[in-house]
Design a protein around this ligand. Structure first.
Ligand code: PLP
Length: 421
């Protein structure tokens, strides 16, 4: 459920008409709903209750500091995968003891940053990383709390680019080698082994792979405890999928995911962390765009819009589907026709949808791409020297630009021409 609904024929974000935002901010822009973000966060805290838990929002899905502040103020933790994201979490006022640091390539500099600023735990992904962290922590005279990310070798049954839990993926250590790596971690100075971490992929639409992974983690917990490790925290990752269309099978609900967690690891007496990104942010955001031209081709009609693959790359990168709706709704029973919806970028890959049935839209009409809150703005680039588009946050009848559109001067002045040229 989200808070983007038609009122009086105009699509609103909560109590604000998107036509009003478009008139003020210009198009294209991302628009997020605070009520939807809040609701989705609470679905998880409710689903995990009464287990001791921390819901760590995966910043990489939507990293605007205003959004992080909103979630952080609700009590959310944050899952960061870079020093930059760590800085964003801190800029949003999230305390270090609610930040977990994931990622396969943490640098020593990033480790130092997090140890100085405070960190709940590092999710370590390899033995070389373990040794590096031990060295860094020791040199600083501190102890780094860690989990080790295990790769449970389960098939997440999702898009190959976002599956992370098969043994051929680059993530974590093979679960069979975990006892040896935990033994090494226990021997190394400057490390405090607090738990186990797992994350098997993104946009999972079936609970079964989670069940397999969590059962393996439960077994590993018992084994590691019997070998003397004080496993007291389980980080179960993110990855729960969202509905991208109104029609397809609905993915599992957070409540069912929570019940699965309780069933598989709930009796271990561990604190449970999860790292949802997409389920919190995905349907909390839309991308609003304007039709530039309607171009009649041979056998197909193109809707050329002012957003492009550089603004929302998911369709061209993952073949992803986004529902597209008009901001101003026609009367019931208005005719539709198939359009290819494309952006202005000079690549055929710059296609949002093929032969999509849409109302008879014309130049100047506004459309919205739904479910664009996750992996939308954060993956945007300035390809074709198209400025990063603004982000707008709505709460009730308030709206504010939370990232402004840069000017062309700002963009071009980042380049420098060497004196010797
Ligand atoms: C990407 C990622 C997440 C979030 O995944 P979603 O599918 O957005 O929930 C969580 N944890 C880790 C380690 C990740 O890489």
């Amino acid at each position: 459920m989200d808070h983007f609904v038609y009122r009086g024929g105009i699509l609103h974000a909560e109590d604000v008409a998107l036509t009003d935002i478009a008139a003020t901010v210009g198009t294209p822009f991302y628009c997020y709903s605070a009520a939807t973000l809040t609701r989705h966060y609470h679905l998880f805290t409710e689903a995990l209750s009464p287990l001791p838990n921390l819901v760590c929002f995966a910043i990489k899905s939507l990293s605007n500091v205003a959004v992080l502040k909103l979630l952080g103020d609700l009590g959310a933790g944050m899952d960061v995968v870079s020093g930059g994201e760590y800085r964003r979490a801190k800029a949003a006022g999230v305390p270090g003891n609610r930040i977990v640091f994931s990622g396969v390539g943490k640098t020593r500099e990033e480790m130092r940053l997090a140890l100085e600023g405070g960190i709940r735990q590092f999710n370590v992904e390899s033995e070389p990383e373990l040794r590096a962290l031990s060295e860094v922590a020791t040199s600083m005279g501190v102890v780094a709390p860690i989990t080790i990310r295990v790769n449970p070798d389960v098939d997440a049954k999702t898009h190959e680019k976002i599956a992370t839990g098969k043994k051929e993926n680059k993530f974590g250590i093979p679960i069979g080698r975990a006892p040896a790596v935990y033994a090494e971690a226990a021997r190394l100075p400057g490390l405090d082994v607090v738990g186990i971490d797992v994350h098997i992929g993104s946009q999972l639409t079936d609970l079964e792979p989670f069940e397999q992974a969590f059962l393996k983690v439960a077994d590993l917990t018992r084994q590691l405890r019997s070998e003397g490790h004080n496993i007291r925290r389980l980080d179960l990752g993110g990855g729960l999928g969202i509905p991208y269309t109104r029609s397809n099978d609905a993915p599992p609900l957070p409540m069912d995911y929570g019940a699965l967690i309780k069933r598989t690891v709930g009796d271990l007496g561990c604190e449970v962390e999860i790292e949802p990104g997409r389920l919190i942010s995905g349907n909390s955001g839309i991308l609003v765009s304007q039709v530039i031209y309607v171009k009649n081709g041979e056998g197909r009609d193109f809707l050329i819009v002012d957003s492009a693959m550089n603004d929302l790359v998911r369709p061209s990168m993952y073949g992803a589907h986004h529902d597209i709706v008009p901001v101003i709704e026609g009367p019931v029973g208005s005719p539709t026709q198939p359009f290819d919806v494309v952006g202005p970028v000079c690549e055929t890959g710059d296609t949002f949808a093929k032969e999509r049935d849409l109302p008879l839209l014309t130049e100047g009409d506004l459309i919205a791409f739904r479910s664009a809150g996750a992996y939308g703005a954060v993956m945007a680039s300035e390809y074709n020297t198209r400025p990063l588009i603004p982000e707008v946050l709505v709460k009730g009848d308030h709206f504010a630009v939370i990232r402004a559109r840069p000017s062309f001067d700002e963009i071009i002045s980042r380049d420098t021409i060497p004196a010797w040229l």
